[in-house]
Design a protein. Structure first.
Length: 252
């Protein structure tokens, strides 16, 4: 495919990423010098993107193949000259319908395929998130139900109540809180293991959107003798940047 006329007909295939490497290279060289093809390609790509955002149902698996097969039977119109006789303009306007039909087919094929991939990815993300939540719940339950589990409860600021549960055998701890007020905007509650001597080791972040929650403290209990809660910037800090809201001794 070497003639300019042939290259003019590749805008749709280019927007669909359906060209061979040689055809794509030739068309991109042509695209740099042809304003009409550049505009048409941009319009086709934009239409595909808009339709992709609008589609919300999963298509039949064979639909994409059918659309692509039908595209091969539709001849794309070559870009028109700027000035044409009226009779010719009328005829060209009629043929333009096939060009927009092709654009819709191309956009539909891209949108349907893209939407299927997007929905599949969302489903996989939801499954992965559910699996992580289930695993976290299992780890929390294992500590709470451990035969050697020991608890310590204290009143926190704002009427909240906190309980820390420790399993020496598992070397893990869970913090259970109820009635916790929301942290200030842009802040988060961070949990710490108190190693003594003023040394605090990060034990993870609380969910700022929940007033009642159970949090598995990150890391092993080790030699920690207590735990604390501070208000930190979103994302947490490497070491406390504010006075503790509460300090609790770990149960022996």
């Amino acid at each position: 495919m070497t003639t300019t006329a042939d290259l003019h007909t590749l805008t749709g295939a280019y927007a669909l990423h359906a060209l061979s490497d040689d055809e794509r290279d030739a068309f991109e060289r042509h695209l740099a010098a042809c304003e009409q093809c550049a505009q048409e390609t941009a319009e086709l790509a934009a239409t595909a993107a808009r339709l992709g955002l609008a589609v919300s149902v999963t298509p039949r698996p064979a639909l994409r193949e059918q659309v692509l097969r039908r595209i091969t039977t539709v001849r794309q119109e070559t870009p028109r000259e700027p000035v044409l006789p009226r009779a010719v303009r009328t005829a060209v306007r009629g043929r333009a319908l096939s060009r927009w039909a092709l654009a819709a087919c191309l956009a539909g094929a891209v949108a349907l395929g893209g939407t299927a991939v997007w929905q599949h990815q969302r489903a996989e993300d939801a499954v992965a998130q559910a699996r992580r939540a289930e695993q976290a719940a299992d780890r929390i339950a294992a500590v709470l139900a451990a035969p050697d589990a020991r608890t310590s409860t204290a009143k926190l600021g704002g009427g909240a109540t906190g309980t820390v549960v420790v399993s020496a055998d598992r070397d893990r701890a869970v913090f259970v809180v109820s009635g916790m007020t929301d942290p200030p905007r842009g802040k988060v509650y961070q949990l710490w293991f108190d190693e003594g001597g003023g040394t605090m080791r990060s034990a993870g972040l609380m969910d700022p959107g929940q007033t009642d929650q159970a949090v598995l403290l990150q890391g092993n209990v080790g030699t920690a003798s207590g735990m604390g809660i501070t208000v930190e910037p979103a994302g947490g800090s490497e070491e406390p940047t504010s006075a503790p809201l509460a300090l609790m001794s770990l149960p022996a």
